[in-house]
Design a protein around this ligand. Sequence first.
Ligand code: BG6
Length: 471
Amino acid sequence: MSFPTNFLWGGATAANQLEGAWNIDGKGDSICDHVRSGSRKKARIFDDVIDSHYYYPSHDGIDFYHHFKEDIALFAEMGFKVFRLSIAWSRIFPQGDEVEPNEAGLQFYDEVFDELAKYDIEPLVTLSHFEMPYGLAKKYGGFRNKKTIECFVHYAETVFARYKDKVHYWITFNEINFGTLSHGKKAVLGILDDSVDEETCFQALHNVFLASAEAVNIGHQINPTFKIGCMIAYITMYPLTSKPNDVIECQSVNRMINLFCGDVQVKGKYPYYMENYFHKKNINLVISPKDRDILKRGTVDFYTFSYYMSTCITAAKENTTTTAGGNLFGGVKNPYLETSDWGWQIDPVGLRFTLNEIYDRYQIPIMIVENGLGAEDKVEKSGKIHDSYRIHYLQQHILEMSKAIDDGVNLIGYTPWGCIDLISGSTGEMLKRYGFIYVDKDDDGKGSLKRFKKDSFQWYKKVISTNGKNI
Ligand code: BG6
């Protein structure tokens, strides 16, 4: 096992799934505050007007807002070197278009970063993790409107300046490539209208690229030592068969979903295959020479991604019955892989393959900022939680990470998702847990909110203390 000595071991979270306190101390509502809880079988419902008869999981999260000292002490006990969190944009700019920030919101993150510093834990901060202020979506149509770029850049500049000595690692947009999928419109683009066409969505995504690139430029001016990264949801894809048409189809889907956004953010320009796609589909994007210059100058310093699963792609239309589950994208079932209880295909070897593919393509440092097994945990009468299945999943993935490092990949960090149980992004459940730390809360929002260490807590502590030698 060969992890570099300064390898950043840690864990990852997002404000809307963690913090709660959705309307406290001046925070405005974000898009995710309008999404009701769902389940494995029931899709989450978006409400334009928040209705007190329903349960909205982001409103309470796991109440990190009032428990952060206790939670950070537990992360420190595990030996975390880094903690990934997001800033709730609407805590800083409640409606999104204010000139002056909300001081109480800024102070909250000051306290969080100071607490992390006590234990020498580096914050890794996502500026937007599906958390656009609702006001921007409602008033301007989200990133359809250039005004939202201006508001995002003002927000980025505000937090970069405020935390310039406290935060060194930043991510602009979580899983930006979700914006290429029709069901990613709200989360990434801030477009509430489900009926908008493809051209409108790609134009909005272009505006997200511009917002990201401008933030990178400003961030580097404020503190030249900042490391600012992109974040891609990587769904590794294999052709279902060796039929050449499956290979071609796989190449095409892979480019659109996994490669396009990273290519723009790392290489600073639109790839030829997307220019060609737009041309063939008669999608006429307005991209000015100035825009192209902003993209060119605003390339990221490192590449981060989430990795939970792989899938298969086929050109055969009749194969739709074997659709696989997934976080953003299903694809077709791989007969050689097992799945999680939520149908996500588990593929540790795919992680080694993916790391090599990414590094070969971009040649910049890489961080895996989400990975893990969403599973139902059982609390024994003794209060213990024996999550050997989670340990097994993570062991296999860490092993493949070490092989990728031996292959020569410059992997600098690993933050497994939901290091403390939090609400599920896709379903809103608490039933689907990822953490090393159990939080007593159920799908209806009831529970003591007490924190308990699972078996995986001690296991991960050992992994970190031996720098990955003892998994
Ligand atoms: C990623 C998101 O897609 O997957 C997270 O960035 C999300 O917000 C994570 O929670 C896991 O998905 P889920 O649906 O199991 O919570």
